[in-house]
Design a protein around this ligand. Structure first.
Ligand SMILES: Nc1ncnc2c1ncn2[C@@H]1O[C@H](COP(=O)(O)OP(=O)(O)OP(=O)(O)O)[C@@H](O)[C@H]1O
Length: 625
């Protein structure tokens, strides 16, 4: 039996270690503003929430989930305090070297194997684990050390109705047609106006119809023919405007018309398509979309991501794999084990491309494109999608693309979706909790995502809300994958209408009925803000985002915030304008100035060009992948 098979068969060990509730930096702090104040935090009214987390024994995990509920159906465990198993998946503080502050992923396998990162775990990560065997420089070695994860995610639904379940487009769907579109680069193909013009094969057309798609969104109108014409693409379109189908449909059409080999078992799989995304939940969502559009065809998508059993992932891949969706670490791991050959790769897709190319993931992307067998960029099609593209990342991205790639901008690059009503409330650190409660009283059972800066804050706020009888769950990088998926599912079904999340849930997640986003803590970077609020107001539906602005930590964001608000035709509070103005002096600040500048860096100018560089995301404190 091979090593990876053994991975799953290790005896269950549950070596529980009691962890003091107020351990870690700054005592029981961490509630409140990003970037500090950990010493004067909130400890929870009832003496703090205790949770249990065991990363190794699935059954135990289940018991644990049950036993850690609050207030009958409230907060379902958090995994950062209380008892923590030696085999909790995030055992050990990990070194903070290596990738440094931008490292976001928690999928160690690839990193260990490839000697990458250095295991940044976020600054309020706590040391629990005797079982996490670090080597001298803080890295785990994937094969020989560290806990084995044996979580096998539940199989996706098989019935057609569930596969094609979708939510309705909103009243503003037709307004997409009015959005300014800019395609730059040589000889762009003509846009299509209807799905018929996309000339998809019959099965794909049927699947598009069953998905409830009647007409393409702008990114689809332009993106589909560009990809079908064999061009490389860097596409920027606002959150919730259908970027996933914009790349999946032409890719699947290509595989169908090219007679992709029906997937079948083989010891080495050679996928034609590789799709990468920064978080586990997002890549799983993309996989489900691929599976939906490929329904009834011979094309087999497979997903691999951290926090789940590697053996299971490999078995799934070996059953047959045309489209391999993965988070970078796990993908590199499986490639490194020789289970996936890259020589047949025709398409490489980077979703949330700006994140995939920032300092955290860029080395992995380089490893991926330089992996043995990967066709050079001239011989594959590379496609990048996001709602935001900082200029420096655009320039970097160009290295991965053919020289004649096309740049597609739908609306303002980096702009927020105007279907989201954005409200900014000035607060102090200590008034945030009361404000949040007030807000949630008005939203009732409507689904609300509350973003906080740190994993510890996520636990505190979720606990606090549960104590206040608001059914809440949480998602962050310290939770077991099983717990993360359960949290998302409880939120999706409405069992817990409030989801407290770190940035791990900021990008890409497409959840029906999310009417509100609350930025309990504002992020350090404006792009992050745009993605977070984009969890509401999707696909022509309207939504509302309320952000708590505490001048102390948030002033550096003021200027970009004003620009994003005015760019999306939102009211800008005068106090915010004043803060933005005084923070940056009087020159060069024209919040109401021209926003839709040229967006392709090859033309030399772009939106938010004058924004002050934000500090590196040191305060970001989550594990992503
Ligand atoms: N043409 C269409 N008609 C109807 N619904 C659509 C269409 N295209 C996409 N959708 C739906 O719109 C929702 C948002 O799509 P998607 O998740 O691809 O957005 P996105 O642009 O990738 O967002 P984000 O930037 O947040 O990742 C999904 O539920 C998707 O099924």
């Amino acid at each position: 039996m091979e090593n990876w098979e053994d991975d799953d068969q290790s005896p269950v060990v549950t070596n529980m270690t009691l962890v003091e509730e107020s351990h870690g930096k700054g005592g029981g702090g961490g509630f409140g503003t990003p970037g500090g104040n950990r010493g004067r935090g909130f400890r929870g009214q009832g003496g703090g929430f205790k949770s249990f987390s065991s990363g190794h024994d699935e059954n135990r995990n289940e018991e644990v989930d049950g036993s850690s509920s609050w207030n009958g159906g409230g907060f379902s465990g958090s995994g950062s305090r209380g008892f923590k198993s030696d085999f909790g998946s995030r055992g050990g503080r990990g070194a903070r070297g290596g990738r440094g502050a931008f490292r976001k992923d928690d999928d160690d396998e690839g990193r260990r194997r490839f000697g990458g990162g250095g295991g940044y775990r976020g600054r309020d990560e706590e040391v629990f684990s005797k079982g996490s065997q670090e080597n001298g420089d803080g890295k785990d070695d994937g094969r020989t050390a560290g806990p084995k994860v044996n979580y096998i995610p539940p199989p996706p639904p098989e019935e057609e109705n569930s596969v094609f379940a979708h939510y309705a487009t909103g009243i503003n769907f037709d307004k997409y047609d009015d959005i300014l579109v800019d395609v730059s680069g040589t000889n762009p193909p003509r846009a299509i106006m209807t799905f018929e013009e996309a000339q998809l094969c019959e099965t794909l057309n049927r699947n598009v119809a069953k998905s409830g798609y009647e007409k393409p969104t702008p990114v689809q109108k332009h993106g589909i023919p560009i990809i079908s014409a064999g061009r490389d693409l860097m596409a920027c379109a606002q959150t919730g405007s259908g970027k996933t189908a914009a790349f999946l449909l032409p890719i699947l059409q290509h595989l169908m018309s090219d007679g992709a080999a029906a997937s079948k078992f083989s010891e080495v799989q050679e996928p034609e398509v590789i799709i990468v995304a920064p978080t586990r939940e997002l890549i799983n969502q993309i996989y489900l979309e691929a599976r939906k559009f490929a329904y009834g065809t011979c094309v087999r998508p497979v997903v691999v991501y951290g926090g789940t059993s590697t053996g299971y992932a490999i078995r799934e891949v070996l059953k047959g794999c045309n489209v391999l969706c993965g988070t970078p670490g796990r993908l590199l791991d499986i490639i490194g084990r020789g289970k996936v050959g890259l020589s047949k790769v025709r398409f490489l897709v980077l979703d949330e491309a700006d994140r995939m190319l920032d300092m955290g993931f860029e080395p992995d992307m380089r490893k991926l494109v330089n992996s043995p067998g990967m066709p050079p960029k001239e011989e594959r099609q590379t496609l990048m999608f996001s709602a935001t593209y900082p200029e420096d990342i655009q320039r970097l991205a160009a290295n991965f693309l053919k020289v004649d790639y096309l740049f597609l901008a739908v609306g303002v690059v980096g702009g927020a979706c105007s279907d989201i009503e954005q409200v900014i409330i000035q607060v102090t650190q200590y008034s945030k909790r009361e404000k949040l409660l007030e807000l949630l009283k008005t939203t009732g059972t409507e689904r609300t995502m509350v973003f906080v800066e740190t994993k510890r804050s996520a636990d505190f706020i979720a606990t606090f809300l549960c104590q206040e009888k608001v059914s809440t769950t949480s998602i962050h990088g310290d939770r077991e994958q099983r717990e993360r998926e359960k949290a998302l599912s409880d939120f999706r079904t409405g069992q817990c209408p409030v989801l407290v999340a770190t940035s791990v849930a900021a990008r890409g997640l497409d959840i029906e009925h999310v009417q509100h986003v609350v930025n309990f803590d504002l992020p350090k970077e404006i792009d992050e803000y745009v993605h977070r609020i984009g969890r509401t107001g999707r696909c022509g539906n309207t939504g509302r985002a309320v952000s708590f602005f505490d001048p102390e930590p948030d002033t550096p964001l003021a200027r970009s915030l004003v620009k994003v608000l005015s760019g999306a035709q939102q009211e800008v509070p005068s106090w915010l304008e004043e803060i933005a103005f005084s923070a940056h002096g009087t020159t060069g600040f024209n919040p109401r100035g021209k926003l839709f500048a040229s967006t392709d860096t090859r033309r030399g100018e772009s939106f938010l060009k004058n924004q002050t560089p934000q500090p590196a995301a040191e305060a970001d404190d989550d594990d992503w992948e």
